[in-house]
Write a protein that binds this ligand. Structure first.
Ligand code: GUN
Ligand code: ZN
Length: 425
């Protein structure tokens, strides 16, 4: 792990808790050994640290926590913006054929390296990531993440039905192979291993049972999967699991629902499923650009906030149309607006940072600048794109600035990205 020391002068914004932020107009963030050591006004701390640590003056810019992407596929760069169809056709026509290419290690390395560069240059410093079904691809994800010292949650995607033959694994060994991967990668550097059954349609009950047994053995391990994204998908789940009363019960039955279960999409949950998600302490991952692009439907963000269910946003690349969590948050705002709910910039920046960290079970490591946390942060350039500069001229309230940044900002607005105090992009 890198052990960087640095003191950065900048405007500093972060959340201390839900609904409670700290904005230090002229602040200093002190990082020692890659961890937050001290934070406060520059005029109180500057004399103590200037000349002691490497010093960086970004006082014209805003420093914020790195973004959390709660749902992204490392093996779908090349299917982004593939025209035309809804989820099931899109998977079979574009996504599965593309994922088949990851059987080849050279292809994995090339494509997954671009994937990490794109995430980081867009300001994503923590992500929950899906691989392909191939062991190659998860090994490549783990090595790219550790090389860059990035905090990730990831695991080998499991599929033993419902996809082309070449993407199906022999699931007799799912338990043993996954246990080996957990032992190898869970808590290695900044990695958490996640059990990753793709969704109910691509795993047999036998495979889900083995994953559920692993969850019993390693209860703190996250689970990531998809649920109730598309109406046709839900009909097919009913056919494949006729003995389960609804989609959620498939995961419940096999012991895959609980704290640190990351449920992607969750657009068509019934009232009863919402209640059971709440009781289980699972997290919902809202993937707005993907839901718009594939025509999947409108996630009820307001309901998740009112029920106090942990929620993160996901770019869902390649169903999603952008790696940028700013573009993703803007789409979340627009989807909410279509349902007569106008979340504030504070609501959404909370979800992009501390709230997302909580949804991923990582709030003790990242999400804000509490002393002792890993110093992953961004320097925002408010002059790019030029329309953002125009919109934010003069002294404006921080909430208004963040709203404009969310609606107009993109990769250009991210001047620099730091992982544990080290500049990475
Ligand atoms: N459901 C199962 N697999 C996928 C996937 O790769 N993308 C999306 N958007 N939904 C899925
Ligand atoms: Zn997905």
């Amino acid at each position: 792990m890198n052990r960087s020391n640095i003191a950065i002068r900048a405007g500093i914004f972060h959340f201390l808790d839900k609904g409670k932020y700290e904005f230090i107009e002229d602040g200093l963030l002190v990082v020692i050994d890659g961890l937050v050591h001290e934070i406060g006004p520059f005029d109180e701390l500057g004399h103590k640290w200037q000349g002691v640590l490497p010093f960086l003056n970004e006082s014209d810019h805003l420093l914020i926590p790195g973004f959390v992407d709660g749902h992204i596929h490392a093996v779908q760069n090349g299917v982004m913006a593939s025209y035309g169809s809804q989820l099931m056709d899109w998977l079979h026509q574009y996504t599965f054929p593309y994922e088949a290419k990851f059987a080849d290690m050279d292809f994995c390395q090339e494509d997954i390296s671009v994937f990490f560069d794109e995430m980081l240059s867009n300001g994503t410093t923590t992500a929950a990531i899906y691989s392909s079904v191939h062991k190659n691809s998860i090994e490549c994800i783990m090595s790219e993440a550790t090389e860059r010292n990035m905090r990730i949650i990831s695991g080998k995607t499991n599929m033993d039905r419902g996809a082309p033959e070449e993407l199906l694994e022999d699931s007799t060994n799912t338990y043993k192979e996954t246990a080996d991967l957990i032992e190898k990668y869970h808590k290695y550097k900044r990695i958490s291993y996640a059990l990753s059954p793709r969704f109910a349609l691509t795993s047999t009950g036998e495979q889900l049972k083995q994953l559920g047994d692993l969850k019993k053995k390693y209860p703190e391990i996250p689970v990531q999967t998809h649920i109730s994204e598309n109406k046709e998908e839900i009909v097919q789940v009913k056919t494949l699991f006729p003995e389960r009363k609804d989609y959620l019960e498939v995961y419940e039955y096999y012991g895959l629902l609980g704290k640190n279960s990351l449920l992607g999409h969750a657009i068509y949950l019934s009232d009863n499923e919402w209640d059971r998600v709440k009781k289980s302490d699972a997290s919902l991952i809202h993937c707005p650009t993907s839901n718009l692009f594939l025509g999947s439907g409108l996630f009820d963000l307001q309901r998740s906030l009112l029920m106090n269910i942990p929620v993160a946003l996901g770019s869902d690349v390649g169903g999603g149309t952008s790696f940028s969590m700013l573009r993703t948050a803007a789409a979340a705002y627009e989807i909410a607006a279509l349902q007569d709910f106008k979340p504030s910039a504070l609501d959404l920046f909370y979800i992009l940072s501390l709230g997302g960290a909580k949804a991923l079970g990582l709030e003790n490591k990242i999400g804000n600048f509490e002393v002792g946390k890993e110093a992953d942060f961004l320097i925002i350039n408010s002059e790019k794109p030029s329309i953002l500069k125009l919109r934010t001229q003069g002294k404006i309230p921080i909430e208004d600035f963040l709203f404009a940044l969310m609606m107009l900002g993109d990769k250009e607005s991210i001047k620099a990205v730091y992982l544990m105090g080290d500049r990475i992009a």
